[in-house]
Design a protein around this ligand. Structure first.
Ligand SMILES: CC(C)(COP(=O)(O)OP(=O)(O)OC[C@H]1O[C@@H](n2cnc3c(N)ncnc32)[C@H](O)[C@@H]1OP(=O)(O)O)[C@@H](O)C(=O)NCCC(=O)NCCS
Length: 239
């Protein structure tokens, strides 16, 4: 029988100072079910186990091994060019590009967003969740990724960062300050992002979010995104 492959995640391992691996068993292959018990997990402190939402047998096995469900991840995508372009003046009035003085406001938004993440749910990684989201923000600030911001009263109250890869554009961070939610700012930022992706020749826009974050799912659907795959993400720890 072919050895089970656990993907060693060197970036995550270095960032969290733990030996971290990832496993994506294929629910269509019966052998994967048998292999779970035989896995050589000795070289890892933590495994991220990604399961199809319908893989009940595999879920039972991992729960029996002590893994915990950290996330029900929804992947959403939209066809770029089909969504409505930015229209009303109210949809662009706060829209702005990044400036260095925004760093503190943006860091607070990224930290707020980190509370939704599977890392913040895991007691062993919780302390590093905000640092991880700070890292994503730095990628946008440094120009490796890009940022759109919404300005009101001299402050940044909305942040959307994204990256692009071939035909695809990916939303990385999206957060609206609590005091400004429900006013259409997320929708306006997403429309600006989609217009930008269109201009840059991208054909598909993507985002990952937690299915339990219904408000975010609703906002993405309102902007033209549709749910594709739903994945259970478990964390298994060796201790
Ligand atoms: C999710 C989030 C980005 C939405 O931002 P927002 O600016 O409030 O959203 P918008 O005002 O543009 O609204 C978009 C849709 O969400 C709906 N919505 C707004 N406030 C809502 C609320 N309190 N409850 C439920 N739905 C709400 C709006 O009704 C709108 O849909 P509609 O036009 O069909 O009514 C914002 O709530 C947020 O920052 N949350 C915390 C961080 C987060 O979850 N980020 C996304 C994770 S990937």
């Amino acid at each position: 029988m072919r050895a089970v492959e656990i993907e060693r995640l060197s970036w995550d391992s270095a960032f969290f100072s733990k030996r971290i691996g990832r496993l994506r068993p294929d629910p269509d292959r019966e052998t994967d079910l048998r292999r779970v018990a035989d896995l050589d997990r000795s070289g890892f402190d933590c495994l991220y186990v990604e399961l199809d939402v319908a893989a009940a047998d595999l879920l039972d096995r991992w729960l029996a091994l002590g893994a915990r469900v950290m996330d029900v991840r929804a992947e959403l995508s939209a066809v770029v060019g089909e969504a409505a372009p930015v229209a009303a003046a109210s949809e662009v009035e706060g829209l702005s590009v990044w400036s260095e003085s925004d760093r503190q406001d943006a860091a607070a938004l990224a930290e707020d967003l980190s509370r939704w993440s599977r890392f913040a749910r895991d007691p062993a990684l919780r302390d590093s969740a905000a640092r991880l989201y700070g890292h994503w923000l730095e990628l946008a600030i440094s120009g490796a990724h890009e940022a759109l911001v919404w300005r009101a009263g001299g402050h940044i109250v909305g942040l959307l960062t994204f990256r692009s890869e071939a035909d695809d554009a990916w939303i990385e961070l999206l957060d609206i300050h609590e005091s400004h939610r429900g006013q259409g700012i997320a929708l306006a930022l997403m429309r600006a992002f989609l217009a930008r992706a269109h201009r840059d020749g991208r054909t598909r826009a993507n985002v990952r979010t937690q299915l339990r974050n219904l408000r975010a799912v609703h906002a993405y659907e309102r902007a033209g995104f549709r749910i594709g795959r739903v994945t259970l993400v478990l964390h298994w720890w060796s201790h």
